[in-house]
Design a protein around this ligand. Structure first.
Ligand code: FES
Length: 183
């Protein structure tokens, strides 16, 4: 760059053009016009990098959610029909070892299973088959034992229902039913 360039007001001590100066002198110019130029350049760089990082993040989230949907439901044995009398319940883990669920034999041939985490603030619900409900002691919430829909207290969403497959006297969890909206 020439010293008479209006963008350049000072001449570097060694008299060489700015593009031959060390990087630190180019990055920290002492002239306002050049300083503004560097600030604009850095700001543009910042915008491009942030947009890029944001796009990568969005693609990663989309990828994870697609992968999750594509994963086949796991089939896990819960117990046997013979070991669960009518009106009794059984706690089991599904789909992960920390996801507590509760299976209840409501009638001779009717079994229901739900996540045990209350949809209000995740306290563990307690089956009360004699009252036809699952009760949450934290804020006195209650869910219908046959449908999982909230019937009392603060919960507004139904309990996630575990899909069951009963064959040969054995009970299996096969997936989590899509959320059913309360009426
Ligand atoms: S956590 Fe269940 S009602 Fe509040």
């Amino acid at each position: 760059m020439k010293p008479d360039n209006p963008e350049i007001c000072t001449v570097p001590p060694d008299g060489k053009p700015m593009e031959l100066q060390p990087q630190w002198r180019q990055d920290f110019p002492i002239d306002w016009p050049q300083d503004h130029y560097v600030a604009r350049r850095d700001f543009t760089k910042f915008l491009v990098l942030t947009s890029f990082a944001f796009s990568v993040g969005q693609f990663w989230i989309a990828f994870l959610s697609l992968r999750q949907k594509a994963e086949p439901a796991t089939r896990v044995k819960i117990g046997t029909v013979a070991a669960l009398p009518v009106g009794k319940s059984l706690v089991f883990a599904y789909p992960g070892e920390h996801d507590k669920c509760v299976l209840t034999r409501v009638e001779e041939n009717t079994f229901t299973a739900y996540s045990q985490a209350c949809t209000h603030l995740s306290c563990a619900v307690i089956p009360e088959p004699e009252k036809g409900r699952l009760f949450c002691p934290c804020h006195e919430g209650a869910f219908d034992l046959k449908t999982g829909q909230p019937i009392a207290g603060p919960p507004r969403r139904p309990l996630p229902r575990i899909q069951l497959d009963i064959r040969g006297g054995e009970i299996f969890a096969t997936g989590i039913a899509p959320e059913e909206r309360s009426l």
